[in-house]
Unconditional design. Structure first.
Length: 426
């Protein structure tokens, strides 16, 4: 099977696309992402699907701007729309790699929504998969960790990985054959990173029988086990989890974390969904400590989510208002996507009037104390603290709309992916 045919089969398995649809490709300028862009553009051109590309410049390396320029030049030669997305949010605190990864995902998701794209393709390969499994094996990961990188992540916009069965070497051979240049990131040879050390150990481990093929086989077995565990978690969630606005209400029994996989799986997914971080699970130790405290009658916060005991053996999970303070989306009527504006990783805001009638200067921010300006907020049935963390439309300091608090004024708010779907796809 040719590389193009192999790619077509992989992409078509991940998403149905028809003429007139549009997808995005995240391109760093490295060999994997440049091969992805070339293969995707060729496939889409033959089917009437529109391709757009974006490069995230984290501003952390002086070479990054030149790499983005190289991608832009290649895209111009192929008549592919390209945008460079710049991150300036690093404050020097916490884990830089984690912060950069989160910023990259958020920037790409916002870009994709603004362009009306159906999905974003990213270029992780079989080599990345094997390295990931090896690193997680070293950390003592369970089934989910050893299942490796998923080929699809849901959310406000789907992220798809059609190259997980492609080797890095065959992709570079393709680029050489096509005369396509790529850039090598010097950090890929920096032993300060776990992934680089894992990559360099490949030959030694292969001599012991722990080859890339074995690692990929392990991931495949773990994904089969993961599928069974997710099915049981879904069955349990249908019985014991209720959605109320942007909150989830759980049966107390879901916080009784014993030897079963089901309760911690549902609880972690619930925290991720409410906190807009469905991709990354909280650490089990933190999860266990928070659950024990809530079962003892205390309120706890984890991952930007408040867990509070309720009457009738229930626990409410609410987005922490402090976690969304300063989170802001500008509303540009000229570029408003049909699917609405994304906010906090799971909400979409849509106006009922034509966009040309929207005034300038509107922004999406958390409702906060603006709930007191909504006379019908109690009719929503949601606690005031829950409403404070929901999206609202503001013009400077004037509240224009708070859909979840009953103050519509021409706007509606919807959750992009419901909890049960999120539980299955993450």
């Amino acid at each position: 099977m040719s590389l193009s045919a192999k790619f077509a089969a992989a992409l078509e398995k991940l998403i149905p696309l028809k003429s007139g649809d549009a997808i995005g490709v995240a391109v760093s300028g490295g060999g994997d992402s440049m091969a992805l862009l070339d293969l995707a553009e060729t496939w889409c051109r033959g089917r009437g699907v529109v391709v757009a590309s974006a490069t995230v410049d984290h501003g952390l390396r002086p070479e990054a701007a030149g790499e983005a320029g190289m991608v832009a030049a290649f895209c111009a030669s192929r008549k592919i729309p390209h945008d460079t997305l710049r991150w300036s949010g690093w404050d020097g605190k916490g884990n830089l790699q984690a912060a950069a990864r989160e910023a990259r995902r958020d920037l790409l998701a916002g870009w994709a929504v603004s362009k009306g794209l159906k999905a974003v393709l990213v270029g992780h390969t079989a080599d990345d998969q094997a390295e990931t499994v090896l690193m997680r094996l070293a950390r003592g990961s369970g089934v989910d960790g050893l299942a490796g990188i998923p080929n699809r992540m849901g959310g406000v916009i789907p992220f798809l990985r059609p190259l997980l069965d492609f080797g890095r070497a065959e992709l570079r051979d393709h680029l050489i054959a096509e005369g396509i240049a790529w850039a090598d990131d010097p950090s890929n040879d920096d032993d300060a990173f776990d992934r680089v050390r894992a990559r360099k150990m490949g030959g030694v481990l292969a001599d012991l029988g722990l080859t890339q093929e074995r690692l990929l086989q392990t991931a495949e077995h773990m994904r089969a086990a993961q599928k069974v565990l997710k099915a049981e978690a879904l069955r349990r969630a249908k019985l014991d989890v209720t959605t109320e606005g942007g909150d989830l209400v759980l049966a107390r029994s879901l916080l009784e974390l014993g030897d079963s996989d089901t309760e911690p799986r549902v609880l972690a997914a619930a925290i991720g969904w409410v906190g807009g971080e469905a991709v990354y699970k909280p650490r089990f130790a933190s999860l266990k400590d928070a659950a024990a405290a809530v079962l003892a009658g205390q309120t706890r916060t984890i991952g930007g989510v408040i867990l509070s005991p309720q009457a009738g053996g229930k626990v409410r999970l609410t987005r922490e208002a402090a976690a969304v303070t300063g989170l802001e989306t500008e509303i540009d009527p000229e570029t408003m996507p049909e699917t609405g504006y994304a906010w906090d990783g799971r909400w979409r805001l849509l106006p009922s009037t034509p966009r040309r009638h929207l005034p300038a200067g509107l922004k999406i921010r958390a409702l906060g104390t603006g709930v007191l300006s909504c006379p019908d907020w109690r009719a929503s049935g949601l606690p005031r603290a829950s409403l404070a963390a929901t999206p609202a439309i503001w013009s400077d300091n004037r509240l224009e709309s708070a859909p979840m608090a009953g103050f519509l004024n021409g706007w509606s708010a919807i959750i992009a992916q419901d909890f049960l779907s999120c539980l299955v796809t993450h």
